[in-house]
Ligand binder design. Structure first.
Ligand code: UDP
Length: 235
């Protein structure tokens, strides 16, 4: 495998599946587990950050008359709900997991302790980082970059519903072209929307590559971890 330790970023919104009839779609969870199991079985160490957008985002707070910071904490708690669902599914599929959160909630998960997280990964446990970095005004993309750097992951894999970064939005512009590789500088100069700026800058400054890929395509995660070209590599 090309990458030995990966940080997989999954969006909360994607957990709803296309029907959006429920916050957490069991078919999506199943599919995520299959993808993740395939790389775990190859001995790859897996860390995961899952978003909370299917339940709550801090940006929604003010329109509801809720204080922004309060809303951000609500968003962080939403990520823990998703992380718990994912943890349970992964365990049901026979994988070993630990959930570590940026906010203390000792009845449901461990606090994030960097050295301990690395130890879990070395032992082959999947580590899910919940509750973001534990601070408002950040996103789960920033959490993914930060935790990946802290736990010495080789790459951030951003699983989305498109198969990479395009010259324009492929859902709106039919002849948009996919980039196979990009430098951080090019991505920045072209204003391509890969991650929010905080997350992107953290990766750029720490020379941590990002791969944007389609998480819904069967077998894709294994391909990417094996170094095959199936998304956009930003490095
Ligand atoms: N959030 C935060 N600090 C963090 C991570 C997340 O305040 O370190 C909040 C923020 O309000 C965000 C919400 O949690 O809107 C849910 O995360 P995000 O929107 O990144 O989830 P996704 O879009 O990936 O589902």
């Amino acid at each position: 495998m090309k990458y030995k330790r990966i940080l997989l970023k999954l969006s909360g919104e994607a957990l709803q599946g296309s029907s959006k009839s429920t916050n957490i779609n069991p078919a999506v969870l199943e599919q995520y587990c299959d993808e993740i199991k395939a790389v775990v079985e190859k001995g790859v160490q897996v860390a995961i950050v899952i978003g909370g957008g299917n339940i709550f985002r801090g940006g929604q707070a003010e329109a509801l008359g809720i204080d922004r910071v309060q809303g951000d904490y609500m968003g962080m708690l939403a990520t823990v709900i998703n992380a718990m669902a994912l943890q349970s599914s992964l365990e049901r599929h026979g994988m070993y997991t630990r959930l570590m959160a940026g906010i203390k909630m000792e009845q449901v998960c461990e606090p994030f302790i960097r050295r301990r997280a690395i130890r879990h990964l070395e032992k082959g446990r999947i580590v899910i980082f919940g509750a973001g970095i534990g601070n408002p005004y950040f996103t789960t993309d920033s959490t993914a970059s930060l935790r990946a750097i802290e736990t010495q992951c080789n790459v951030v894999l951003k699983g989305t519903r498109v198969d990479g970064v395009y010259t324009a939005d492929p859902e709106k512009v039919p002849d948009a072209k996919r980039y196979t590789t990009l430098s951080f500088q090019e991505a920045y100069e072209k204003g391509l929307n890969i991650m929010d700026m905080t997350a992107f800058t953290l990766c750029m400054e720490n020379k941590l590559p990002i791969i944007v890929f389609d998480m819904n395509r069967k077998g894709n995660l294994l391909k990417i971890v094996n170094g095959e070209e199936a998304g956009t590599l930003i490095s």
